[in-house]
Structures are given as structure tokens and as C-alpha cells.
Design a protein around this ligand. Structure first.
Ligand SMILES: *[C@@H]1O[C@H](CO)[C@@H](O)[C@H](O)[C@H]1NC(C)=O
Ligand SMILES: *[C@@H]1O[C@H](CO)[C@@H](O)[C@H](O)[C@H]1NC(C)=O
Length: 227
């Protein structure tokens, strides 16, 4: 039985008021959530206050510690994305996080979209819903599923390394969440992408999933980036 039968299946609409609201609270929440990540620190301890960039001699400028590329997410003139979008501030995007055991992602879910099952090998994830509703879940190492429906203001912790997902069940409204990680480089392994697009031999996959090679090919085809 599908838990989402009650949700209307009207076409995707982007109400501008909704989008504006979705962006409104980012600044505050990003600031608040940055500190939560510190509680789940897991990067190796530094023997220095921070890791200065190799090309800087003398004092590191204050600007090294600032990251502004999330500004468009707070701008009402920037359209809400058409597909699920994770905008990260992790080691790759923000070098000052190196060794600081913390990173953030802002997650935008258009109506009816899913963040497919995935894991973060190096960190737990503390997700805070800032607008809309999300159906979320994770699976533990004994294959038990834990699910909840979250509304704006709710938090959910995905334990380190476990497979998890989020689904915006609302077919007409967007959802936004901010996630804190206890690593500057939590890493993401997408289950569909890893299993079906990395080039594992189709016979291995067919035997593993007790399916035909044709079925495997169909799944692989569906996951190919669209031109
Ligand atoms: C150091 O390198 C980074 C990344 O390549 C660059 O953004 C930055 O401007 C450089 N800083 C200096 C002082 O050259
Ligand atoms: C879905 O989103 C629309 C638009 O934001 C909102 O009016 C409606 O209450 C939401 N439905 C549910 C079930 O949350």
C-alpha cells in the first residue's frame, strides 16, 4: 500500500510566494546549523588553528573564511530549480573547511521529487526542513527501515554511512532543507548511480538482482544523463 495515495497529482506549479518563503529563512538557518555539525566531528584533529592555502604567505585574509556562493538561494529573482538540487559548501567548494569537521548542503526539492537512496561514508547528516514537507527514511545494517514525515521546523538525523532518502510528497509545492555534516568532506555514494552507471558487468548485476540482463540494461538506460 502506497503511503502517498492521498496526495493530489496535479501538474507541477511553482507558486512564487512559496518559493520566496522557501528562501526566506536560509540565512538564519545556515548560521544555526553550522554549529550543529561541530557536535558530530569526525575529521582528523588539526595541530594548527586552520589550514592556510599553499599560495598564501603571511596572514591569511579574512575573506578566506567566507563563502558566498549560496547567495542565489536567498534571491527571489533566481528561479527554483526544476529538479532536485543539492548545493554544497564542503571542502571542494570552500577550502577553509579543511580539517574543521563541518560542512553544509542546501537541498531544494521541486514538487514530487526525490533525493534517491544514497550514503555519506564519512559523516552523519542532520537535516533541518525549512519549508514544505518531506517523507524521509534510512535503513540500518540489519536491513530495518525507519521512516518519518517531516514538516518545516523538524529535524532528522541520518546515521553515518547508512542508506537514506528524502521525498517531497507534495505534488504542487516545493520543499527546502538544510543539512549539516560532521565532516568537511562527507562524500556521497548514490545507490542507483553506483550500482548501475559505474560499469559493473551486467551479468554480475543480473545475477545479483535475480533479474535478466535486459532488465539491467533498462535500468542502466534510465539512469543515463539525458542529452
Ligand atoms: C590562491 O589560490 C586560490 C585557488 O587557486 C585563489 O582563489 C586565490 O586567489 C589565491 N590566493 C592568492 C593570494 O594568490
Ligand atoms: C502542498 O503545497 C501547496 C503549495 O505550497 C500547499 O498549499 C499545500 O498545503 C501543500 N500540501 C500539503 C499536503 O502539505
Amino acid at each position: 500500500m502506497c503511503p502517498f495515495e492521498d496526495f493530489p497529482t496535479s501538474p507541477v506549479l511553482f507558486d512564487s510566494a512559496t518559493s520566496a518563503m522557501a528562501r526566506l529563512s536560509f540565512t538564519l538557518l545556515v548560521a544555526a546549523l553550522a554549529s550543529f555539525g561541530l557536535a558530530t566531528a569526525s575529521d582528523p584533529d588539526l595541530l594548527t588553528d586552520f589550514i592556510a592555502p599553499a599560495n598564501v604567505t603571511g596572514q591569511v585574509p579574512g575573506s578566506f573564511f567566507k563563502y558566498s556562493k549560496m547567495r542565489p538561494l536567498t534571491d527571489d529573482n533566481v528561479a527554483f530549480p526544476k529538479e532536485f538540487t543539492a548545493t554544497k559548501a564542503s571542502l571542494a567548494e570552500f577550502p577553509a573547511l579543511n580539517g574543521q569537521s563541518v560542512s553544509l548542503a542546501v537541498l531544494q526539492y521541486p514538487a514530487g521529487t526525490v533525493n534517491p537512496p544514497h550514503t555519506h561514508p564519512r559523516s552523519a547528516e542532520l537535516l533541518f526542513v525549512t519549508s514544505g514537507t518531506l517523507f524521509v527514511g534510512f535503513i540500518d545494517t540489519t536491513n530495518k527501515l525507519y521512516t518519518e514525515t517531516l514538516q518545516a521546523g523538524d529535524m532528522f538525523i541520518f546515521p553515518k554511512g547508512l542508506v537514506h532518502f528524502q521525498y517531497n510528497t507534495n505534488q504542487s509545492g516545493v520543499a527546502v532543507a538544510v543539512s549539516a555534516f560532521g565532516s568537511s568532506n562527507a562524500g556521497t555514494i548514490s545507490i542507483p548511480k553506483t550500482v548501475f552507471t559505474a560499469g559493473i558487468d551486467e551479468t554480475v548485476l543480473a545475477k545479483s538482482f535475480k533479474a535478466s540482463v535486459d532488465d539491467i540494461k533498462k535500468l542502466e538506460y534510465g539512469l543515463k544523463p539525458k542529452a
